[in-house]
Design a protein around this ligand. Structure first.
Ligand SMILES: *Cc1c(COP(=O)(O)O)cnc(C)c1O
Length: 449
C-alpha cells in the first residue's frame, strides 16, 4: 500500500519544471489521467514500482501527440490522381494565394456593393459558371452527395424516381444510391436489369406518381460484354415529353475534353449541357480539380426551387469554397490548365514523366536497384471506371527487402507508393515537379538508415 501513497498529487506533479513552458490547461488533465492510470495499474498489480520521471515522460509524449498537427502532407507516388484518401484534388499554390486575401478579410460574400444591402452568396460563382456552360443557373453545396440528397428531397418526396438497376451504385464511404433515396423521402422505382436497360423501360415505368427520371454515373465499376444503358440525351428527351424532371448525377464533372481516348465514354459537362438538362450535379474535387463541393447546374426554375428548400441552409458552403471554386473555374475558362493540378498531372506527356524519373534514377542508382517502367495507372475517385492511362514509374529494391517492407519504410516517411507485380513502385504521374528534390532526399535517407 505504500506504493499507492507514493503516487504524487496532481497539484504537485504539474509544478514540475518539465512543464514550465507548456499550457496548464492541457498539462493538468493529462497529469490527472496518468495518475489515475498509475493507481489502477498498482491496484491490479501491473505496476510494482515507478519513477516520477516516467510519469513526466508519459505526459510529455501525450502532450506532443495532441499538439502535433494530425493532418500532414504526403508525397502521392501511387499514380492515382483523384485519390480520395489522400485529399482528392490539389489546389495550386498561386491560386490559393489569391483566395487567401478574401478569407483573411471581410468581403462581399452576401452583400450587394452597388445597392448597399444584402446580396446572394451563390451569385459570385453563378455568373462565371453560367458564362462557361451556357446554363441558366447554378447552386453550390457541400459535396455532390449533398447535391443528390437536396435534389431528391426537393422534387421527389413520396414520389417515384425512375432509375436503371445497373446504376444503383455504392460509392466509397457509404454512399449508396437506394439508401440516399430512401432517406431523402423519394420512392425508388428500379427499371431494366443489371446489365441492360432500354428507353422503353423508362417509358413503361412512368405513372401519375412519377417525379423524375434519374441517371447515375457508374463511377467505380463498368459492365463489359452484353450490356446497354440509355444515353442522357434520350433520358432528357423522354422526361420532357412526359413532363417529368430529368436529373443526371454525373459523379465527377469535367469541363475540358479528357486525353487518352477517355473522352469517348466520359463526355464533359459542356457537352451534356448542349442538351439543356433540367438538373445535373457533380463534384468540385474530382476531375474538375478544385475544392470539395457539389455543383448543381440546370434550368432556373428548378434551381430556384432548390434554393427554397430549408435543407440548403445546412448544406451551404463557406466563402473559402466559393472563392477557391471561382478561381479554379476562371483558370479553366482562360485555358490555364497549369493552374489545376489534377488536370496538369493528367495531361503531362509521358516523355516529361520519363525525364523526371531518369533524373532521380541517375542520382540513386549507385545505392540501390532501380528501373524505369512504362506502365499504367487509373485516375481514381470513381471518375473513369476500369480505364487505364499510361504512366512512368521507378521500381525500387534494396537490401533484399520484400516490396511490402519497402512500402512500409516509405510510408513511415510519408511517401505513399504502390506494389505492382511484386515490385515496389514510385509513380511519377502524381508527383509534382517541385516535390522531386524532397523525394530524392527521402529515398537517400531510407537507403542510409
Ligand atoms: C463521387 C460520387 C458522388 C459523391 O460525390 P462527393 O462529392 O464525394 O460527395 C455521388 N455520386 C456519384 C455518381 C459519384 O461518383
Amino acid at each position: 500500500m505504500s506504493l499507492l501513497k507514493s503516487i504524487p498529487k496532481v497539484d504537485k506533479l504539474i509544478q514540475n519544471k518539465a512543464f514550465e513552458h507548456l499550457s496548464v490547461s492541457l498539462v493538468t488533465p493529462l497529469c490527472k489521467e496518468v495518475i489515475k492510470q498509475l493507481r489502477e495499474d498498482i491496484l491490479n498489480q501491473k505496476v510494482t514500482q515507478f519513477q516520477e520521471e516516467d510519469l513526466i515522460t508519459t505526459v510529455l509524449e501525450a502532450y506532443d501527440n495532441i499538439t502535433q498537427p494530425s493532418l500532414q502532407t504526403v508525397l502521392n507516388a501511387t499514380g492515382v490522381i483523384v485519390h480520395t484518401n489522400l485529399g482528392r484534388s490539389l489546389i495550386d499554390a498561386t491560386l490559393f494565394d489569391k483566395v487567401k486575401h478574401i478569407a483573411t478579410h471581410y468581403n462581399n460574400l452576401e452583400y450587394d456593393l452597388q445597392q448597399g444591402k444584402r446580396g446572394e452568396r451563390y451569385e459570385h460563382i453563378s455568373k462565371i459558371i453560367c458564362q462557361y456552360l451556357g446554363c441558366e443557373d447554378v447552386l453550390i453545396v457541400n459535396n455532390n452527395a449533398s447535391a443528390v440528397f437536396l435534389i431528391l428531397n426537393t422534387f421527389a418526396q413520396n414520389k417515384e424516381v425512375i432509375v436503371s438497376r445497373g446504376e444503383l451504385v455504392e460509392i466509397g464511404g457509404s454512399f449508396r444510391v437506394p439508401d440516399v433515396m430512401a432517406q431523402s423521402g423519394a420512392v425508388l422505382k428500379e427499371i431494366g436489369t443489371t446489365n441492360k436497360t432500354h428507353l422503353k423501360d423508362y417509358e413503361n415505368a412512368i405513372t401519375s406518381n412519377s417525379a423524375m427520371l434519374m441517371k447515375v454515373h457508374k463511377s467505380n465499376y463498368s459492365i463489359e460484354g452484353f450490356s446497354s444503358e440509355v444515353a442522357i440525351e434520350e433520358i432528357i428527351r423522354t422526361a420532357r415529353t412526359n413532363d417529368l424532371i430529368d436529373y443526371y448525377d454525373m459523379g465527377s464533372g469535367h469541363f475540358v475534353d479528357l486525353p487518352y481516348g477517355l473522352d469517348k465514354d466520359e463526355p464533359s459537362v459542356l457537352k451534356i449541357m448542349q442538351h439543356n438538362p433540367c438538373l445535373l450535379s457533380f463534384s468540385g474535387d474530382k476531375l474538375l480539380g478544385s475544392v470539395q463541393a457539389g455543383i448543381i447546374v440546370g434550368q432556373k426554375k428548378y434551381i430556384e426551387a432548390l434554393k427554397k428548400n430549408q435543407l440548403l441552409r445546412m448544406l451551404r458552403v463557406d466563402k473559402l469554397t466559393l472563392a477557391l471554386l471561382e478561381e479554379s473555374i476562371k483558370s479553366l475558362l482562360l485555358g490555364k490548365i497549369d493552374e489545376i493540378p489534377t488536370l496538369k498531372m493528367l495531361f503531362t506527356p509521358l516523355e516529361v514523366l520519363k525525364q523526371r524519373a531518369m533524373r532521380i534514377q541517375n542520382n540513386i542508382q549507385a545505392l540501390c536497384q532501380c528501373e524505369i517502367k512504362e506502365t499504367k495507372t487509373v485516375i481514381g475517385g470513381g471518375t473513369t471506371p476500369n480505364k487505364k492511362i499510361p504512366t512512368i514509374a521507378l521500381s525500387l529494391a534494396f537490401k533484399g527487402l520484400k516490396p511490402h517492407k519497402i512500402e512500409q519504410l516509405f510510408r513511415a516517411k510519408n511517401v505513399i507508393g504502390r506494389i505492382e507485380e511484386e515490385q515496389f513502385l514510385l509513380d511519377f504521374r502524381t508527383l509534382l515537379e517541385e516535390e522531386l528534390p524532397l523525394l530524392e532526399t527521402t529515398i537517400k535517407a531510407i537507403l542510409h538508415d
